[in-house]
Design a protein around this ligand. Structure first.
Ligand SMILES: [Zn+2]
Length: 155
């Protein structure tokens, strides 16, 4: 697509997404069609981008590629996180419900502050199995995000 031609298309039909239809980006074209070129801002922005960039279609292509890559990365992270949680649950390892860290401190209920700081014990990954806690409720504090929660209510 010739740059000058695309610029003119954008200038006259940009608020209808014309320049996106011209480079076969129909999704964006439709978005522009229904939002009047993102209320004119997208239209204006694209006019500048078409004027400034060597190949507007390539710029959009690259942007979409990066967005896809980012999305993929997040999906993989989510999957790994879920696998980690499944593993924790299987092994009975306590983990923070908010950030899923296993870096927790435990404080037995009833302990006061001060001297009772000795009552706090540090739990590393896999260091404390839920079965070993007994039936007593233990309040855990996540060292990663500071979230407080209780475990040991069952069993
Ligand atoms: Zn946490």
């Amino acid at each position: 697509m010739d740059k000058k031609k695309l610029f003119l298309i954008c200038l006259f039909t940009g608020f209808l997404g014309g320049h996106y239809f011209a480079i076969n980006k129909y999704k964006r074209g439709i978005l522009y069609l229904f939002t009047a070129g993102l209320l004119g801002f997208g239209w204006f922005y694209d006019l500048i981008r078409i004027a400034m960039s060597g190949d507007f279609a390539m710029v959009i292509e690259e942007k979409e590629r990066l967005a896809r890559k980012q999305k993929e990365k997040i999906m993989i992270q989510k999957k790994l996180e879920q696998e980690k949680i499944n593993e924790y649950q299987k092994e009975g390892v306590p983990y923070c419900p908010r950030c899923h860290s296993t870096h927790l401190t435990a404080q037995k209920k009833g302990f006061g502050v001060g001297k009772a700081a000795t009552g706090a014990l540090l739990i590393g990954p896999y260091g404390l199995l839920a079965g070993g806690i007994g039936s007593r409720k233990i309040e855990l504090t996540c060292l990663n995000c500071g979230y407080r929660f209780k475990i040991g209510e069952k069993r």
